[in-house]
Design a protein around this ligand. Sequence first.
Ligand SMILES: NC(=O)c1ccc[n+]([C@@H]2O[C@H](COP(=O)([O-])OP(=O)(O)OC[C@H]3O[C@@H](n4cnc5c(N)ncnc54)[C@H](O)[C@@H]3O)[C@@H](O)[C@H]2O)c1
Length: 316
Amino acid sequence: MKKIALVGCGRILDRHIEAIGTARDLEIALVCDTDEAKARQTSERLGVPYVTDYHRIRGVDVAAVLTPSGNHPQHAAEIAECTDTPYVLCEKPISLTLREAYQLFARIDQAGKVLLPVYQNRYNPLVTFTKELIDSGRLGKIHQFICNVLWNRNNDYFKIDWHGTRELDGGVLYTQASHYVDMVHYFFGDVVEHKGIGGSLRGLEVFDSVAAAMSFKSGTVGTINATVSTYRANYRTEFTLIAEKGTLRLAGTNLNTIEFWDVQGLEKPNIDFTLDHVYGKGHDTLYQYIAAARWDMFPSRKDVLSGIRLMEMLSY
Ligand SMILES: NC(=O)c1ccc[n+]([C@@H]2O[C@H](COP(=O)([O-])OP(=O)(O)OC[C@H]3O[C@@H](n4cnc5c(N)ncnc54)[C@H](O)[C@@H]3O)[C@@H](O)[C@H]2O)c1
């Protein structure tokens, strides 16, 4: 039985609790939040002890860092250095800058620990299937992609302390669209040319809307449009792929449906799934890999660093 500590009892906490519940041989052993009321309430709900200082974590196999994004490098590194926890799981994004990502990996190495970055969309069956399809060559040359993340975060959302700040949030590509930036990086590899143009008409320190165009070593070109400023509610998430031997479009709140399929010699696969929240099902898979000690199922350091590099290039 592997023991997990959850550090940060905010909104993403319940997704982690549910996901841990889907894996056999995992248990939540400790919770932590600097806000004692939140830590205590979570501890009472789960029937486990709490601490308000992560330096006091002891005796767990994995500490999951679920704190505000810009704090991730510091919190993950200090947990690695100051506790006996061998594996430090870190919510996305692991850092807001490439420099901090390098430093984090260096400190984790120095402490002799392992960093497990959360890229749960990589375990989305439609994303996995599309990746295998691209890599298999069955689609031929990939000419172009169009990725749109058209969401709403209302003004109350941006009243929450760290949201919309340069120091802790980073903007729409980091906090909302990071999975999709990661996805195009996962599909197509290293970028050779890029231009990201950001805008914010909402008085935030960061961009709430970004239009980014890029080309990859393979010759594929594409765009990511991301916003948190659609009227009233999330509008859609969509990814269209235009290839020599097929056109396809993934859509749904979390790319959970195939909306268009026309691929040479291949029937549309029946892998759509339903969701009751916007985070996808990937956290379930991720914790199942932890339970099975499949550390190889987490992205490599090189992969994570070049993804953070892409996000930084498109954002600032
Ligand atoms: N993978 C996903 O799909 C996904 C979805 C939502 C959020 N997230 C990420 O999860 C992280 C948390 O997001 P959230 O919406 O839950 O934020 P939140 O503000 O609701 O919660 C953060 C919690 O961390 C606590 N905290 C801050 N500093 C701490 C410290 N030093 N030690 C212990 N606790 C501390 C805060 O008190 C707060 O309770 C963010 O980085 C966000 O990007 C990921």
